[in-house]
Design a protein around this ligand. Structure first.
Ligand code: NI
Length: 135
Protein backbone atom coordinates (compact mmCIF):
# COMPACT_ATOMS: atom_id res chain seq x y z
CA UNK A 1 0.00 0.00 0.00
CA UNK A 2 1.35 3.42 -0.85
CA UNK A 3 2.43 5.54 2.10
CA UNK A 4 0.10 8.41 1.23
CA UNK A 5 -2.87 6.06 1.12
CA UNK A 6 -1.92 4.71 4.55
CA UNK A 7 -1.69 8.25 5.89
CA UNK A 8 -5.04 9.18 4.43
CA UNK A 9 -6.74 6.16 5.95
CA UNK A 10 -5.18 6.88 9.34
CA UNK A 11 -6.86 10.28 9.19
CA UNK A 12 -10.23 8.88 8.27
CA UNK A 13 -11.70 8.86 11.76
CA UNK A 14 -14.98 10.29 13.00
CA UNK A 15 -14.61 13.71 14.61
CA UNK A 16 -17.07 14.54 17.37
CA UNK A 17 -17.87 18.26 17.56
CA UNK A 18 -19.08 18.14 21.18
CA UNK A 19 -15.89 16.44 22.33
CA UNK A 20 -13.72 18.94 20.50
CA UNK A 21 -15.74 21.96 21.62
CA UNK A 22 -15.38 20.86 25.25
CA UNK A 23 -11.63 21.41 24.87
CA UNK A 24 -12.00 25.00 23.68
CA UNK A 25 -11.95 27.36 26.65
CA UNK A 26 -12.30 30.79 25.06
CA UNK A 27 -14.27 32.54 22.34
CA UNK A 28 -12.86 33.78 19.02
CA UNK A 29 -10.08 31.21 19.08
CA UNK A 30 -10.46 28.81 16.14
CA UNK A 31 -9.06 25.30 16.58
CA UNK A 32 -8.33 23.03 13.62
CA UNK A 33 -10.10 19.66 13.81
CA UNK A 34 -9.37 18.38 10.31
CA UNK A 35 -7.69 19.22 7.06
CA UNK A 36 -8.15 18.04 3.49
CA UNK A 37 -5.84 18.14 0.49
CA UNK A 38 -3.02 18.99 2.89
CA UNK A 39 -0.29 19.58 0.34
CA UNK A 40 -2.40 20.92 -2.48
CA UNK A 41 -3.48 24.42 -3.51
CA UNK A 42 -6.98 23.04 -2.86
CA UNK A 43 -6.14 22.71 0.85
CA UNK A 44 -8.94 23.38 3.30
CA UNK A 45 -9.00 23.34 7.08
CA UNK A 46 -12.02 22.71 9.28
CA UNK A 47 -11.93 24.77 12.47
CA UNK A 48 -14.30 24.79 15.39
CA UNK A 49 -14.75 28.12 17.12
CA UNK A 50 -16.90 29.53 19.90
CA UNK A 51 -18.34 32.98 19.22
CA UNK A 52 -19.67 35.26 21.92
CA UNK A 53 -20.26 38.99 21.54
CA UNK A 54 -19.06 41.00 18.59
CA UNK A 55 -15.89 40.37 16.57
CA UNK A 56 -14.09 43.02 14.51
CA UNK A 57 -14.83 44.25 10.99
CA UNK A 58 -12.43 42.66 8.56
CA UNK A 59 -12.08 41.03 5.15
CA UNK A 60 -9.96 38.29 3.64
CA UNK A 61 -8.37 39.48 0.41
CA UNK A 62 -7.41 36.07 -0.92
CA UNK A 63 -10.13 33.62 0.03
CA UNK A 64 -13.78 32.98 0.70
CA UNK A 65 -14.64 31.87 4.23
CA UNK A 66 -17.42 29.46 5.16
CA UNK A 67 -19.29 29.51 8.49
CA UNK A 68 -21.43 26.48 9.37
CA UNK A 69 -23.45 27.03 12.56
CA UNK A 70 -23.34 24.02 14.89
CA UNK A 71 -25.18 25.59 17.85
CA UNK A 72 -26.68 28.95 18.73
CA UNK A 73 -27.40 31.91 16.48
CA UNK A 74 -24.92 33.76 14.31
CA UNK A 75 -25.52 37.30 13.10
CA UNK A 76 -23.22 37.77 10.12
CA UNK A 77 -23.03 41.51 9.71
CA UNK A 78 -22.17 42.97 6.31
CA UNK A 79 -21.93 46.70 5.60
CA UNK A 80 -25.34 46.68 3.92
CA UNK A 81 -27.24 43.94 5.78
CA UNK A 82 -27.21 41.23 8.42
CA UNK A 83 -27.68 37.52 7.72
CA UNK A 84 -29.04 35.59 10.71
CA UNK A 85 -28.10 31.91 10.83
CA UNK A 86 -29.33 29.17 13.13
CA UNK A 87 -27.81 25.77 13.85
CA UNK A 88 -27.85 23.72 10.67
CA UNK A 89 -27.33 26.74 8.43
CA UNK A 90 -24.19 28.02 6.71
CA UNK A 91 -22.92 31.01 4.81
CA UNK A 92 -20.03 31.61 2.43
CA UNK A 93 -18.45 35.04 2.88
CA UNK A 94 -16.89 36.01 -0.46
CA UNK A 95 -13.26 37.08 -0.58
CA UNK A 96 -12.71 40.77 -0.07
CA UNK A 97 -16.13 41.37 1.50
CA UNK A 98 -16.11 43.09 4.88
CA UNK A 99 -17.89 41.15 7.60
CA UNK A 100 -18.24 41.19 11.37
CA UNK A 101 -19.69 38.10 13.11
CA UNK A 102 -21.81 38.67 16.21
CA UNK A 103 -23.38 36.24 18.65
CA UNK A 104 -25.61 37.50 21.45
CA UNK A 105 -25.25 34.23 23.35
CA UNK A 106 -22.67 31.52 22.83
CA UNK A 107 -22.55 30.24 19.26
CA UNK A 108 -20.53 27.31 17.94
CA UNK A 109 -19.33 27.41 14.36
CA UNK A 110 -17.38 25.19 11.99
CA UNK A 111 -15.15 27.37 9.83
CA UNK A 112 -14.02 26.01 6.47
CA UNK A 113 -11.15 27.86 4.84
CA UNK A 114 -7.61 27.34 3.53
CA UNK A 115 -4.78 26.86 6.00
CA UNK A 116 -3.18 30.13 7.07
CA UNK A 117 -6.22 32.40 7.02
CA UNK A 118 -5.94 34.92 9.85
CA UNK A 119 -9.22 35.28 11.74
CA UNK A 120 -9.09 39.08 11.76
CA UNK A 121 -7.96 39.35 8.14
CA UNK A 122 -5.94 42.55 7.72
CA UNK A 123 -7.63 44.30 10.64
CA UNK A 124 -5.35 42.80 13.32
CA UNK A 125 -5.92 43.68 16.96
CA UNK A 126 -6.28 41.80 20.21
CA UNK A 127 -8.77 39.26 18.85
CA UNK A 128 -6.23 37.95 16.33
CA UNK A 129 -5.78 34.25 17.13
CA UNK A 130 -2.72 32.09 16.51
CA UNK A 131 -3.06 29.97 13.39
CA UNK A 132 -2.96 26.23 12.79
CA UNK A 133 -3.70 25.29 16.41
CA UNK A 134 -5.25 21.82 16.51
CA UNK A 135 -7.60 20.40 19.08
NI1 NI B 1 -13.53 36.49 8.51
Amino acid sequence: MRADVTTARAKAKAINFAQKLALIDRPWSPRVVAEMNDDSPANLQFKLVKLEGEFVWHAHADTDETFLVVAGTLHMQFRDRVEVLQAGEMIVVPRGVEHCPRADGECHVLLIEPRGVVNTGEAGGELTAPNDVWV
